[in-house]
Design a protein around this ligand. Structure first.
Ligand code: ADP
Length: 497
């Protein structure tokens, strides 16, 4: 199920904008609070200084003189209150002294009484707000108190509202512009991503692993696509070849049958025509059987149940026995020898591969020739030594006609390890031209001089051998010299006996 999709750019924009706004707001609040506290401290210091100055002026004066001096020299805006030693208010710049009660018990007075000076902030119920009081004790025990209304933080904020509003509006605008710019910068490498080449261009380091993976998968997809195209091409070619190969026998069959049916064949020739029909239908059957075997091998549909121990010497014995009449007909001597080595796999498939090799050896060997089949085991070391020799033979073995006797090879592509069960089929036949040796394992490939069709060849025999070998984890190789003969070596993994 696909997850819900969110816009990355909108999320980044919202995050940057909100975080920056919070930061700007917090900084503004902190700045205002600090300025408020600094202002409070400044006004407190100023009030204390004023109270001390006033006390100095009043020192040594009579009560009347003091009252006059206060009214003349300290007109406000602060409030001045002169209190006698008994706590009665002598004079107050904001209220008549009679209306005010005894001030002796006020905390700032008590503090001034004991310490000479009292400074504190008190909430005045009368005024309904905080007031800062500074009281100074005079030498005769009287007190001069100076007070001033305190601006609350909210009031202070209120007084700052207009300039703050302007600054904040500018800051918000700036933050929006900056957030857009930042979002665009962050998004640029993402928007510039090329899906076909994800690692190209300016790529975030953190995205490298996932982009590398996408790149890998794309390459893999491309490779698979090409392989599929190639396979499709081969399949088409194969189908076209199969149809073509079927046409000739079908034409012979239908032509001969038609002639017999329309009475165009003399009674003494009917037997001959029937023989031709039989031969071509046998050829058709062989072709269909080979095509079916190959398509089963292509699908790897020989199941595990078919993988059983196979005695190769026994398989070779049966094959030679079956092909003995053909060898006799072609005047080719057929012999086999070896040890009873075992492999594991599909016995019918292995028998068909061996049979294809032996039948080819007989068909491509002229009168008086010989075909010899050997069965043996090969250790891992021998397999490696043989591989080295085979590689050297590619450039060193010289055939009697002077051409190089190099080898062709067909296997699953894996490096063979051994130990191996080996079936080697040698013939003294026509040999295979060097340029054809690697191609003869392809479907329907025939060498020019083989006269394959005339001897009943389908052109699929070696393709089946190659696939059967690879299906069992083995391989098949050929060494040959023109006019001298050929040796096909089928190697299958050796099974414990
Ligand atoms: P075919 O049915 O034509 O024999 P194969 O796939 O078995 O098809 O063999 C492909 C071709 O390889 C043959 O047509 C023939 O030209 C060549 N070939 C195979 N085996 C031998 C051999 N023992 N000696 C010479 N040529 C061979």
């Amino acid at each position: 199920m696909a997850g819900s999709s969110r816009s990355l750019s909108r999320s980044i924009f919202a995050a940057v904008l909100s975080f920056t706004l919070i930061a700007v707001l917090a900084t503004a609040i902190a700045l205002v609070t600090v300025s408020y506290l600094a202002e409070e401290k400044r006004s407190e210091d100023a009030l204390v200084a004023q109270a001390r100055a006033c006390a100095e002026v009043l020192e040594g004066r009579t009560a009347e003189e003091r009252a006059t001096l206060i009214n003349d020299q300290f007109p406000g805006p602060e409030r001045f209150t002169l209190v006698d030693p008994a706590g009665a208010v002598v004079c107050d710049t904001e209220a008549t002294s009679h209306a005010l009660g005894n001030h002796g018990s006020r905390p700032e007075m008590q503090q001034a009484e004991s310490q000479g000076e009292g400074v504190l902030v008190r909430h005045s119920d009368t005024l309904g707000q905080d007031t800062l009081y500074v009281a100074e004790r005079l030498q005769d025990g009287s007190f001069i108190r100076v007070s001033e209304e305190r601006l609350s933080l909210f009031a202070f904020l209120g007084s700052m509202a207009a300039p703050m509003g302007i600054v904040m509006a500018c800051a918000v605008l700036l933050v929006i512009v900056l957030s857009r710019f930042l979002t665009a910068r962050i998004m640029k490498p993402l928007q510039g991503l090329d899906a076909n080449d994800p690692l190209a261009g300016d790529v975030y380091e953190e995205m490298q692993p996932i982009l590398r993976r996408i790149d890998q998968q794309q390459r893999q997809l491309k490779r698979q696509n090409e392989e599929l195209k190639q396979a499709e091409g081969l399949r088409r070619e194969f189908s076209a070849n199969v149809s073509h190969e079927m046409k000739t026998p079908l034409q012979v069959i239908s032509g001969s049958a038609e002639m017999i049916a329309s009475g165009l064949v003399a009674p003494e020739d009917v037997r001959d025509f029937a023989g031709r029909i039989y031969l071509e239908s046998q050829r058709l059957r062989a072709l269909i059987n080979d095509v079916l075997t190959l398509s089963r091998l292509d699908e790897s549909s020989f199941d595990a149940a078919e993988r059983a121990p196979v005695n190769l010497l026994e398989v070779v014995r049966r094959t030679c026995e079956r092909l003995e009449p053909l060898a006799r007909e072609r005047q080719v001597s057929l012999a086999f020898d070896g040890t009873p080595v075992r492999t594991a796999g599909s016995e019918p498939l292995i028998e068909q591969a061996v049979s294809n090799l032996v039948e080819n050896a007989i068909r491509y060997t002229g009168d008086g020739g010989a075909v010899r089949v050997q069965v043996q085991a090969e250790t891992q070391a021998e397999a490696q030594a043989a591989a080295t020799v085979a590689n050297a033979a590619t450039s060193e073995a010289i055939a009697t006609d002077g051409s190089k006797a190099n080898s062709g090879k067909a296997n699953s592509g894996k490096a063979p390890a051994g130990p191996w069960a080996i079936v080697r089929v040698r013939d003294t036949g026509i040999g295979i031209p060097a340029e054809d040796r690697s191609k003869i394992f392809e479907r329907f490939y025939r060498t020019e001089k083989s006269r394959s069709k005339e001897t009943g060849g389908t052109g699929l025999g070696l393709a089946i051998v190659k696939h059967a070998a690879s299906y069992h984890g083995g391989d098949v190789t050929v060494e040959s010299a023109l006019g001298e003969g050929s040796t096909f070596t089928l190697r299958l993994p050796l099974a414990e006996s």
